[in-house]
Each structure stands twice: as structure tokens, then as C-alpha cells.
Unconditional design. Structure first.
Length: 274
């Protein structure tokens, strides 16, 4: 399938679809892909589009150049003319809505999501990466919370995401100290799923996303629902939900195709869509 490039309304975000994979590329390499006002509008809109598009089976979030995302635009934070007349209650409401539309949408996505880190993921950038199902990083990449260094407490769900990724004690350490964690150490801690050579990152990340996009999509959605309930419910409620979904999965054409492919010793051709 040829690549389809779609206008996002800003050069700060690139968006393309190929082989069922929607690739969202933060495109401010000169600023290490820090989150601009333009990205604040385009990113939630394109995440929403990806989740609603039946042709999209997986989302791949990455950054242009040699960084994933440096977090908030610190230079922009220094513009004291911003929001001077906006009530603090309104600023809080807008930020809550933005968080839900970006990291919230990624966490709750029924479709598999992957973050590919060509370089640093700091602050909100780390939160965006953690909001995805999996993270694959270049060997030269590193992660850092970074918030305390610029006098901020955290956003985009970083405390919730970090605590669940590496446990309460480690999350406290990284949030309070802003330690810079190299990719290999981040993989050992459980922040990163895979570390690959820098030159191989984009190809390997896309291949992982492509394999998921062309997998049994309804079944993968059910697996993600099981995982969400496992995090939020007691054991008996969770296994009851699993029972519902495994029976539902057994009725799909993809399940029947997988059984036939197993018997015929060939790769299955999944066709069910969301």
C-alpha cells in the first residue's frame, strides 16, 4: 500500500497512513520537538482521526530528527503576556481537556499504540511515550521527567503513568530528582520495551506497528480491554470480563481463519476490522 500523507494544519505535526499504520511525527527538530501551541491543536485532532479511521489498525508516535519530545516549550513559557487576562479556573479546564484528548486518548485507545524514541523523551514527552502501549528507543536515547528543574509539578498524567510503569518508589525517585536515564537503563527499569541501534529505529518501530495493524484487530481490542480492567478491577470481576471477551473472540472470522491457518501450516490472513 502506498503512503498517504494528510495535512494536519501545521508543519509542526506530520501525519501519514501506510499498511494500516498511522504515523504521527512531532516535527520541530530545531526545538527537540517541544510541544508548541500548534501541536496542542493538531495532535489531539489527529489522534482522534486515527482512532475513528477504520483503515488504521495501529498508531505510531515519533519525533523528527534526533529527539522524541523535549516536553513543554520552555521558551514559550517565558512569554509573560500569555493568559494574563484568563481566569485560572479556565486555564485549568483547558489543560484538563488537553490532557484527556492527548495522553488520555492514547491510554484508552482500543488500537495498539507505539512510541518510537529517536532521542530524548523528557517531561510531557516522557508522559506521551508512557501513554502508548509500547516504547521502542534508539540506543542513544534517554528519558527524564525534568519537571522539577523548571519549577513544574507534572502534566499529561506523568505520575499515574510512571507509577504503573515502574512502581511507586522508582516513580518518586525519577520525579523528584529529574535523573537522566539512558535507554539501556530505562529498558532495565521497564520504561522502555526495546532498545535498538539508532539506524534501525524507524524501520523496526514501523514493522512492529505494521504487524499489529495487520493482526486480529477485534481480538487486540479485546486484549486491551482485558488489560484495562486488570488495572482497575478486582480479580473476579476481571476474569468475568475476560470470559465474555474470549467467547466473543471465538465467534470472529479472524479466530476461524487462525485455526485454519494453524491446521494448514501457513500464516493467517486477518480481515476483521473495528
Amino acid at each position: 500500500m502506498s503512503e498517504q500523507n494528510i495535512d494536519t494544519g501545521t508543519s509542526h505535526l506530520l501525519y501519514s497512513i501506510r499498511d494500516g499504520v498511522a504515523t504521527l511525527t512531532l516535527n520541530r527538530p530545531e526545538a527537540r520537538n517541544a510541544l508548541s501551541a500548534e501541536l496542542g491543536v493538531a495532535l489531539p485532532a489527529m489522534i482522534k482521526r486515527s482512532l475513528e479511521d477504520p483503515e488504521v489498525g495501529a498508531l505510531l508516535l515519533t519525533g523528527a530528527g534526533t529527539a522524541f519530545c523535549a516536553g513543554g516549550d520552555v521558551k514559550g513559557m517565558g512569554d509573560k503576556r500569555k493568559n494574563t487576562d484568563q481566569p485560572i479556573e479556565e486555564r485549568i479546564r483547558l489543560m484538563q481537556a488537553r490532557h484527556r484528548a492527548v495522553s488520555g486518548a492514547l491510554v484508552l485507545s482500543p488500537k495498539p499504540t507505539i512510541a518510537a524514541l529517536p532521542g530524548p523523551a523528557a517531561g510531557a514527552g516522557l508522559a506521551l511515550a508512557l501513554a502508548c502501549d509500547m516504547r521502542i528507543a534508539a540506543a542513544s536515547a534517554f528519558v527524564s521527567t525534568g519537571y522539577a528543574k523548571i519549577g513544574l509539578s507534572g502534566d499529561y498524567g506523568i505520575a499515574w503513568l510512571l507509577s504503573r510503569a515502574i512502581g511507586d518508589a522508582r516513580a518518586r525517585e525519577l520525579l523528584l530528582t529529574c535523573e537522566r536515564v539512558p535507554a539501556v537503563r530505562a529498558e532495565q527499569l521497564g520504561l522502555i520495551n526495546r532498545v535498538v541501534p539508532d539506524a534501525d529505529l524507524r524501520a523496526q518501530a514501523f514493522e512492529l506497528a505494521r504487524s499489529l495493524a495487520n493482526g486480529p484487530r477485534v481480538v487486540l481490542r479485546n486484549i486491551k480491554a482485558n488489560l484495562a480492567e486488570a488495572r482497575a478491577q478486582d480479580y473476579l470481576s476481571a476474569i468475568d470480563g475476560e470470559a465474555v471477551r474470549v467467547v466473543q473472540s471465538s465467534q470472529t472470522d479472524d479466530h476461524k481463519e487462525a485455526v485454519r491457518a494453524f491446521m494448514e501450516k501457513r500464516a493467517p490472513q486477518f480481515r476483521d476490522r473495528f
